[in-house]
Design a protein around this ligand. Structure first.
Ligand code: ADP
Ligand code: MG
Length: 243
């Protein structure tokens, strides 16, 4: 049996910001692939290129050189509009700062990506309620971000990210603004979405405790992959249903 083609493949990706004297090479030949269903933690010092790679994976930015393949398609050769479509249909984003609209209910925040997709109101509403249910916030649907805790706000942001049923969830330091208790809840939620809904998760984190939830850890140093290995903490955990 041959292995399934990877969902994501990066081949020798470089990224240079600025030009001439001011040019700075943030990525210096990044290669890795991700199979559908994986849960990857990206770690590494500040400035090592983690966010640059996430933004590129999320079609928010393009590489300077190298190849980005998604489901067998060369993303780096797509037009801006084609990339926007890929982003809208396949990718969900979660950021450190939640990025919710203030004075807008949780429900409306979650509906937003469907509004952009032109879905009718009844359908938007129903899908948003399903997503809020998946993050345990049905009862908070009418509340604005200011009325929610940080952990709840991040759960709304996760609901907004999954409401379009993306195949990949990209989370850049999703627990960076949260205390330990809320951070654990967010990690358990991401792990559950990965396990139960099969969403492929790529998450940046500084904290080993949070990376322990992932199946695999990729470490960046100076714009290069320094290591890429299965997460033994997860492997050692008892299999589901084991006696
Ligand atoms: P990390 O997320 O690992 O902390 P980043 O990917 O944000 O690192 O940044 C990697 C390097 O690229 C840093 O030195 C940063 O200053 C630089 N950088 C990132 N974005 C830009 C930009 N838009 N313009 C210039 N330099 C940038
Ligand atoms: Mg960053």
């Amino acid at each position: 049996m041959t292995a399934a083609a990877p969902l994501i493949e990066l081949k020798n990706i470089t990224k240079t910001f600025g030009q001439g004297q001011a040019a700075f090479q943030a990525l210096r030949g990044i290669s890795f692939s991700v199979q559908a269903g994986d849960f990857v933690a990206v770690m590494g010092p500040s400035g090592s290129g983690k966010s640059t790679v996430m933004n590129m994976l999320g079609c928010l930015d393009t590489p300077t050189t190298g190849e980005y393949w998604f489901r067998g398609q060369r993303v780096d050769q797509l037009t801006r509009n084609q990339r926007a479509l890929l982003r809208r249909h396949e990718l969900g984003f979660v950021f450190q700062g939640f990025n919710l609209l203030a004075r807008t209910s949780a429900l409306e925040n979650v509906e937003l990506p469907l509004l952009y997709r032109g879905e009718p109101a009844a359908q938007r509403h129903e899908a948003a309620m399903v997503a809020l249910d998946a993050v345990g916030l049905t009862r908070w649907a009418d509340h604005t971000p200011a009325e929610l805790s940080g952990g709840q706000q991040q759960r709304v942001a996760i609901a907004r990210a999954i409401v379009t049923r993306p195949s990949v969830l990209l989370a850049d330091e999703p627990t960076g603004n949260l205390d330990t208790h809320n951070s654990r809840e967010i990690m358990e939620l991401l792990a559950r979405l990965n396990r139960e809904q099969g969403i492929t998760v790529l998450m940046v984190t500084h904290e080993p405790d949070m990376a322990a939830y992932a199946k695999r850890v990729i470490r960046f140093v100076d714009g290069q992959v320094a290591s890429d290995a299965p997460n033994h903490a997860t492997e050692a955990a008892p299999a589901e249903g084991a006696a």
